[in-house]
Design a protein around this ligand. Sequence first.
Ligand code: BGC
Length: 743
Amino acid sequence: MAPGVKLPLTALKRSFYILNTPTAYILLTLRLSVTSGEAKLASPEQLLKSMTLEEKVSLVVGWGPARRVPGAAGETRPVKVPSMVTSDGPSGLRIEPTKERKWYATAFPVPTMLASTWNLELVERVGRAIGEEAREYGVDIFLAPGINIHRHPLCGRNFEYFSEDPLLSGVVAAAYVKGVQSAGVGATPKHFAANEQETNRVIIDTVVSERALREIYLKPFEIVVKEAKPWAIMSAYNKLNGKYCSQNEWLLTKVLREEWGFNGIVMTDWGAGDNPVEQIKAGNDLIMPGSDEIVTKLLEAVKKGALSESELDRSALRILRVAQLSLSYRGYRYSNQPNLEAHAQLAYEAAAEGVVLLKNEGALPLKEGSRVAVFGTGQIETLKGGMGSGHTHPKRVVTILESLRERLKVEEELSSAYEKYVLEKRGREFLEKIYYEEAYPEPLPQDIVSEEQVAKFAERNDAAIIVITRISGEGWDRRLEKGDFYLSNSERKLIEMVSRQFRAKGKPVVVVLNICGPIEVVSWRDLVDAILLVWLPGQEAGRVVADALVGRINPSGKLPTTFPRDWPDVPAAKSPECYPGVPPENPRVVRYCEGVYVGYRYYDTFGVEPAYEFGFGLSYTKFEYRNLTVEKAGDKVKVSFEVVNVGSYPGKEVAQVYVKAPRGKLDKPFQELKAFKKTRLLKPGESEKIELEINIRDLASFDESEKVWLVEKGTYEVKVGASSRNIRLTGTFTVENDIKFKP
Ligand code: BGC
């Protein structure tokens, strides 16, 4: 077939049916040009038949970094089909700059902030935009999203993950994956599974009960596999109950494929595991980034009979199938010009909906144009995202100070003192790195002004804004120390001084948290009048902060993860390896002793008060909930109610539905999130009717004694509210008999 000739529809359809991925967009828009038509028209099975043993082995071992797109994380080897380029995320596309060039990509808010939006349609649009950027830079497979659970509030990569709740994580991930794949690029939910800490991540053995595993840690993967059909899954570095995840047949074959029906490829995390032969045997099809040494090992293993050719064929065939879906196979001519302008606007929109207002005692919104004194180096070294493979290279980053200057009258004497200080301490080059590349800003003392100066600023300004920052990243966990989980001495001193001086003059103090994960707030929150949590909001950071402070954005984000009152309250802190350290220096094992009692499941069941609970978030307006109906119809429960904006600002509300199970054979958490919906923007007085469905099946817990999912008979309570602890309406339904499902 000559170059540029279109493939017959039937050939395309065949490969689409394999994975059932969205077809319309690709069919309509891709220009299919073909270089070796014969190979391309062959089915994966025919291609496999024509391959030598050496070729098959080369297909299952990758390269890293990528060669065709040099800054990308890895690539498969071209064997009968073109190679596939793989590149990181999840806060946007990450292609590392080389000496020759840069691949600018949009820095979207980190996944924890995407989950804070609770807006699935918006997350899908973000996924789509990221997929388009990947496509336009020649990337076939995007190495994200990360869907591990926020088990441990100090896990260094929590910002890359969505939530402590498996349902929220799973459905947000499904929306994200659908978005990415609708652009014609494959997605790779990772790290499968139970990879909830960075310390010793490549050797640690996660010991967890089958019930907790299935209900909490595997659940998001199960949801994303069933709802969004990702092209790939990345197995995790760690061991799971004694076996490396990438060498764990139970995980990769029995659960993932036989139980859930996954039919894409499983790839290793970069350099994971210790035995490539076991990896292929277990169902880990692609070894990344791979090496020639691994190719030789696999070849020898087949020759010696330690690995059967049919086991190798199985993985090779899966890779061929996915390769035939890829843009490279289709000869897509990428532009190298993603639409960064349009996506900047989307990054703003996504961050705007993920802002969580934690406290507001009449301080916010500030009047536009009012005079503000802004404290903290974060106004200048604003953090867009986290570090490690999840960082991004945007073309621009809007700092908090820049945007505050557009909306408010900033006390220039103070802000320019911070500017000078940051420049002196960091240097221009390092500062640019913080914005556009990957650099760890060692925390700086924040109290650079005297109390007399603060008093003067309090005199001539209407409000104080204090910016607090925290960053974390791949390869290291956060610390249970001052300056990380706790305020540093200088941050505390600053908050105390500012609070004293501004409050003495009746002027409010607002704290902006530009942070990667929960910090301790109880010991200082009474000193301030408002707390705005903006996580790591991506490249449009400043615009979002300024607009939320002045009310152009009405905060509508809700916490996807609990803020504990203090460390001993944290359920993960009770595991022997964790207590009292976080975790100890050289752990080999981490035991998930808290079982299913992760996040609010723990706090609510054991009566432990959090600082801010799961699902919490204030608004500048108020919502009322009305007219709940709960109806059991067949294998579903239908829940409907109304949300009314009874305040004076337009706003959106995240309505949450929790279910409390009856007492039965299995211990159950006090309640579990089973459905939710974010309303449209409701004007004052407007209402929205919300109709949700819960599958009876999704009420089940895993009964380890019988190895079945069990829905126990009895009366279930439906609790509808604005957070896990702010329940406004309740109803009930009854399940007549126990129901069991096979896994
Ligand atoms: C990370 C993965 C990432 C890979 C490729 C690993 O170190 O754990 O999340 O996708 O590197 O960069």
